[in-house]
Design a binder for this molecule. Structure first.
Ligand code: BTN
Length: 187
């Protein structure tokens, strides 16, 4: 990879990190029965994976999480700080870091970015984005909040309709953006 390509990738990565931050400007909507809000910011995680692939997608999300851990108020609702990572939403944040690796690897291996394979891309983002993140988040929520695992998993069903809309929108947007911007990531 040339220096020019590396600079291009890093610039695109920083832009996606900025996008994740902007999506956090929308405040979370409390669901009431668990201390985890409905948010828009996880759509940025899906977009990071789809636009940047596993390596730079992970870098974009890691950068975002590092800034949040350092105390920048960039998580939905203007939160930040290391304590959030040990709180009820810590599992989701941990899964956000792994999700681009999972989504990016599956997209590459199945050639799901090809024009006619849109349905594969959709299923991969639903599974490795929504299901993976919500299950890891629920497991940590159960441990952290001393609630039953089944109750934690069932309570996460409240996120599924919104997450399905966000993930589907992310696939539509990513396909349009990739058609006009060269991210240099294998299809
Ligand atoms: C945080 O800001 O502390 C993380 C919030 C995590 C919210 C999770 S992400 C998956 C699921 N979908 C939502 O809309 N909310 C939860």
């Amino acid at each position: 990879m040339t220096d020019q390509q590396r600079i291009k990738h890093l610039t695109q990565t920083a832009m996606v990190t900025a996008l994740i931050i902007v999506l956090g400007f929308f405040p979370g909507i409390p669901v009431g029965f668990i201390p985890v809000p409905i948010i828009l910011q996880n759509m940025g995680i899906f977009l990071a994976a789809e636009l940047l692939g596993r390596k730079y997608g992970t870098v974009a999300v890691a950068l975002f999480l590092a800034l949040a851990a350092l105390g920048l108020p960039i998580l939905s609702g203007g939160r930040g700080g290391a304590a959030v990572f040990a709180g009820p939403t810590g599992g989701y944040l941990f899964a956000w870091l792994l999700s681009p690796l999972l989504i990016g690897t599956l997209l590459e291996r199945t050639h799901a970015k090809a024009a006619h394979n849109w349905w594969r891309e959709l299923i991969i983002v639903w599974l490795a984005g929504i299901v993976f993140i919500d299950v890891v988040g629920a497991v940590w929520l159960a441990v952290q909040s001393h609630m039953g695992l089944l109750a934690a998993l069932l309570s996460n069903l409240a996120f599924i309709p919104g997450d399905l809309i966000k993930a589907t929108l992310a696939v539509v947007i990513a396909r349009r953006v990739r058609a006009v911007v060269d991210f240099g990531i294998p299809a």
